[in-house]
Design a protein around this ligand. Structure first.
Ligand SMILES: *[C@@H]1O[C@H](CO)[C@@H](O)[C@H](O)[C@H]1NC(C)=O
Ligand SMILES: *[C@@H]1O[C@H](CO)[C@@H](O)[C@H](O)[C@H]1NC(C)=O
Ligand SMILES: *[C@@H]1O[C@H](CO)[C@@H](O)[C@H](O)[C@H]1NC(C)=O
Ligand SMILES: *[C@@H]1O[C@H](CO)[C@@H](O)[C@H](O)[C@H]1NC(C)=O
Ligand SMILES: *[C@@H]1O[C@H](CO)[C@@H](O)[C@H](O)[C@H]1NC(C)=O
Ligand SMILES: *[C@@H]1O[C@H](CO)[C@@H](O)[C@H](O)[C@H]1NC(C)=O
Length: 934
């Protein structure tokens, strides 16, 4: 054995010498000897460090350079490949090698001029990669993915490797300076991936020179501008991915030349224009992703199945497409069809299901109507069907889906559908997702049960009066089971069956049974997987489930609008609880607020409104680091103002109304910026006394940013839970089913506040509602209120305010509710466009007021006459700068955000036809409840 080894070594040495001699005699000036290359490699190794604890991005990270030794042949080193004849180092693969450090411009790596393939992916290289790498004259393949601390700049002028480079993969590094024009020189390039490289700037036109390109991936960057026309020259292209960028304009027609295209992925951009019907001529096309753009118009009806012989996935969701759904969409090759969140109308047609390959279909959130075609029950490979949030009517027969072995998701929610099923109905054991909200269901559909782990089911204590269903024989214990179940807004009565509670122990992550007629108690056991549990608006009673404390994945618990009683849980601090929403409002919960409540460290919303809680607010509430909404209104809390809350950094909504709070709100807070995020504060109907809380009003920073035009309209909460509160405007209680993040209100009404309204209230530039009514306020109305240009409702009634109404108030063009009644105001009511919409009752009970709309005439007016009045009105226009009409037009053109004018109009009842649209968009539900006057 030793002998043969020796012989082998000798042969190698001989070979080496031969080549060395042969090559050096004919060598080019920059040819390096084998030993120089070895030394260069070794020095490159030593210039970087190895961090064996860096294990990101790799399954089996391993330091390949660790065993490189000068005493062995570098062609034997791990990761090194040599040309078998010349012995030149032609390949270096150091991916997943735990390399850490910076490659400097003097790195010996750049001496390896024979390198054809270089892979440094999935290490932790940092700093700036020298451009020299792109001048290696023979480099064909270069991979440098997942080095998230590395910055790469592509050569601006010429690439040394332009004639040879075929594959360039630079995912998840930072590409500095965008894609240069010089990329057009890489004539041999076949694959280019610059995914997630933080690229900004446009795609250079010269990219169209890369006529050998097969794969181009520029996804997940910040690329702007249009897709260049020249891309139509890339006729070899099979995969073209531009998703998740900011590309604008239309898709150029030149892409119709890309006859080899298999995947075209343009989703999540800002593309406009019509559906590109020429894609029908791309005969190789398999996947077409156009979702989340702004495509408009209808789909072409004359594209035939023949034009798309291979199309398997078509994603058009989240666009603005309209018209009807053409039947070619269902033709034989399409497996995944996603057209949700558009404006499609009309009926879905029957299609030839025997020729259909359909597996997954979603048309949710459109305006489709009619019955759901029978053809949808047929395709044997169906796995997902989502018809939710349309206007479908008629009966959906779940029974007919029994034969589908792979059915995984079914969503029928929010239509006018009825669901038909029988006792023997079973669904595939794979079923994981069931959305059956608003389906007129009256009993728990037991076909769901087939999907759970049989082993855990215990039917012994079952309250259901139905037959025990026949289990689907193929129900397997490995089945993951149902994880999403939405049966909300149905007419289900009776108790929650035990098998639902059992599913909570096994598979369910999301359960929504809200808005039914459920009775009885609810004691879910140690629910292991549940993330979101929504049982609100039922008739459940009994004590709160004790296991709240042990539910380690529970994120949202909504038991509001029920009849739960008992006390709040006191969870030990050690419990690792991630509860983010606890909504128990409108129940019958008694006792005091436990000081251990902040042990729910992640709590974002705590809503305990309308219960029977007593006692005080524990000082420990200052420990809620993430609390955004605290609503303890309508209880029997007997306390002074909870100053401990002023340090909560994220508190946005504080509702203490209708309790027994009393005493002064002290001004000597210890904190420089109390309540930094507060936007909504409601202290109404308590017994607070003394001066208005000056220091707080001065510091409500979140109400001072008046520039709403730059604010995105968002709602608080997420898809599983929307925060909501009720506000009272002129005696009408309005439920804001969702709270816009630009909504701001101060309601201190019905207390015993006294003294003057502070002038600096005018600093709260983004305030929309101000209610100080039913207090003992005196002095004049500060002129600065006229600076609250977004104010929509102002109620100062039932105080002892004196003096004139400041004319500045006429400048508040959004003001649609004004109540100054029952004060001691005097003088002439100022006139202005907006003020003309207010009627007598806005001013009643102020004996000194005169002028329109009151019948009492002012002395000056009768003396001076009509002329003067006209001039005055013009002055008002001049003074305030813009008029009501321009706002309406502004809204229609989308200039002014919908909230402002829309909501104002809604409140003012000016344009009835607006109301429904706007109110729905804003999540408003008006409850015409006149609240009782005290
Ligand atoms: C490369 O340059 C750095 C300083 O820029 C120096 O510290 C290092 O020794 C140089 N390495 C070689 C191999 O010359
Ligand atoms: C791209 O091709 C055009 C036309 O063939 C040529 O004029 C231009 O110089 C090329 N650009 C680059 C960067 O190669
Ligand atoms: C590339 O495309 C542009 C625009 O479509 C065209 O003007 C140009 O001639 C094409 N270049 C080549 C080399 O085909
Ligand atoms: C469909 O019709 C439109 C106009 O009616 C036409 O421009 C388009 O080329 C047609 N598409 C096909 C694939 O026939
Ligand atoms: C579709 O929307 C466009 C505007 O994008 C509109 O002009 C057209 O009338 C709409 N068509 C249908 C059928 O609703
Ligand atoms: C609330 O609970 C108490 C007992 O804690 C009970 O006496 C009362 O009837 C309950 N109220 C309602 C409305 O159910």
């Amino acid at each position: 054995m030793w002998k043969s080894m020796k012989l082998f070594t000798i042969i190698i040495i001989v070979l080496f010498l031969q080549q060395h001699v042969a090559l050096s005699s004919s060598s080019t000036p920059n040819h390096l000897s084998h030993s120089t290359q070895k030394l260069a490699l070794y020095q490159f190794k030593t210039s970087l460090m190895i961090n064996t604890s860096f294990t990101k991005y790799c399954f089996t990270p391993y330091p390949k350079t660790m065993n490189w030794s000068m005493s062995s042949d570098c062609c034997m080193w791990e990761g090194v490949t040599c040309n078998q004849v010349t012995r030149d180092v032609i390949g270096l693969d150091l991916s997943c090698s735990q390399l850490v450090g910076t490659i400097l411009p003097n790195s010996t790596l750049f001496q390896l001029s024979h390198l054809q393939s270089l892979n440094l992916s999935r290490n932790d290289l940092c700093g700036v990669l020298p451009e020299d790498i792109f001048h290696l004259p023979n480099l064909q393949k270069f991979r440098l993915t997942f080095n998230s601390h590395l910055t790469v700049t592509l050569p601006k002028v010429k690439w040394g490797s332009s004639g040879s480079l075929q594959n360039l993969f630079l995912r998840y590094v930072s590409l500095n300076g965008g894609i240069p024009d010089s990329v057009g020189y890489l004539e041999s390039l076949r694959s280019l991936s610059l995914r997630a490289c933080n690229i900004s700037g446009p795609i250079p036109i010269s990219m169209g020179n890369l006529t050998q390109l097969h794969e181009l991936d520029l996804g997940s960057n910040h690329i702007i501008g249009q897709i260049p026309m020249s891309m139509g020259n890339l006729t070899q292209l099979t995969d073209f991915d531009l998703r998740s960028n900011q590309i604008t304009g239309q898709i150029p027609n030149s892409l119709a030349n890309l006859q080899n295209l298999k995947v075209l992925s343009l989703g999540q951009n800002n593309l406009i224009g019509q559906f590109p019907s020429w894609v029908g001529n791309l005969r190789q096309l398999v996947n077409l992703f156009l979702s989340s753009n702004s495509f408009t118009g209808s789909l072409p009806s004359n594209v035939t199945a023949l034009s798309f012989p291979r199309l398997a996935t078509l994603d058009l969701s989240y666009n603005m497409l309209n018209g009807t759904i053409p039947s070619w969409l269902f033709d034989h090759s399409i497996e995944g069809l996603y057209i949700g969140s558009n404006g499609f109308t009309g009926k879905l047609n029957e299609f030839d299901s025997s020729r259909s390959a359909l597996e997954s279909f979603s048309c949710s959130q459109n305006l489709l109507s009619g019955t759901i075609p029978q053809s949808f029950y047929e395709p044997v490979n169906l796995s997902d069907l989502d018809f939710s949030s349309n206007n479908f009517s008629g009966v959906f027969d779940v029974e007919k889906l029994s034969h589908l072995e792979h059915l995984y998701g079914l969503a029928l929610s929010n239509n006018s559908l009825s669901v038909r099923y029988t006792h023997s109905t079973t669904l595939s054991p794979d079923i994981g997702y069931l959305g059956l909200s608003s389906c007129k269901i009256t009993k728990f559909p037991h076909f769901i049960k087939g999907s759970s782990f049989l082993g855990y089911l215990d039917l012994s204590n079952n309250q259901i009066d139905e037959e025990i269903p026949q289990w689907n024989a193929s129900t397997s214990l490995e089945s993951l089971g149902l994880y999403y179940l939405d049966l909300s807004n149905n007419q289900i009565y009776g108790e929650i069956p035990q098998w639902i509670e059992s599913m909570l122990q096994t598979s369910l992550e999301y359960l929504n049974l809200s808005h039914n007629s459920l009775t009885g108690g609810f004691q879910y056991l140690s629910a292991e997987n549940i993330h979101s549990l929504d049982l609100h608006s039922n008739m459940l009673n009994g004590s709160l489930p004790a296991s709240i404390c042990n539910s380690s994945f529970l994120h949202i618990l909504n038991l509001s609008y029920n009849n739960f009683s008992g006390v709040l849980p006191t969870c030990p601090r050690s419990v690792n609880n991630i509860l983010s929403v606890l909504d128990l409002r409108m129940n019958n919960i008694t006792g005091s607020l436990p000081s251990a409540l902040p042990n729910f460290r992640e709590l974002r919303t705590l809503n305990l409104n309308s219960n029977k809680l007593e006692g005080t607010i524990p000082v420990s509430f200052a420990k809620f680091s993430y609390l955004e909404v605290l609503d303890i209104g309508s209880n029997q809390i007997h306390d002074t103002f909870p100053h401990c809350l002023e340090s909560l950094p994220t508190l946005q909504v504080l509702v203490l109304k209708s309790n027994k709070f009393h005493g002064f709100i002290s001004n000597d807070t210890k904190i420089e910026h109390p309540f930094p995020s507060l936007r909504i504060i409601d202290l109404s109907c308590n017994e607070f006394s003394g001066l208005l809380p000056e220091k707080y009003i001065k510091n409500f920073n979140a109400m001072m940013n008046g520039d709403v035009t730059k604010v995105q309209l968002n709602y608080m909460g997420d898809s599983s839970y929307s925060d909501s509160i009720t506000v009272v405007i002129k005696g009408v209680e309005i439920e804001l089913v969702r709270i816009l993040t630009v909504f701001t209100t101060i309601d201190l009404s019905r207390n015993k506040f006294e003294g003057e309204i502070p002038e600096y209230i005018g600093n709260l530039k983004s305030l929309r509602y101000l209610n100080l009514s039913h207090n003992h306020l005196s002095g004049q109305i500060p002129h600065s209120i006229g600076e609250l240009l977004l104010l929509e409702s102002l109620d100062l009634s039932f105080n002892q305010l004196t003096g004139v109404i400041p004319p500045q108030l006429t400048c508040i063009y959004f003001l649609s509710r004004l109540n100054l009644s029952s004060n001691n105001l005097s003088g002439r009511i100022p006139q202005g466009p907006q003020f003309q919409t207010f009627e007598n009752d806005s001013y009643a009970g102020n004996l000194g007021l005169c002028g329109s709309p009151l019948s009492k005439k002012c002395i000056t007016e009768t003396q001076v006459g009509k002329n003067e009045e006209e001039i005055e009105e013009d002055d008002d226009h001049f003074f305030c700068g813009f008029s009501w009409k321009s706002l309406v037009i502004g809204y229609c053109c989308g200039v002014v955000p919908g909230f402002v004018v829309g909501y104002m109009m809604f409140m003012a009842g000016k344009l009835k036809w607006f109301t429904r649209v706007i109110a729905r968009g804003l999540g408003l539900k008006v409850r015409r409840l006149e609240i009782r006057r005290r």
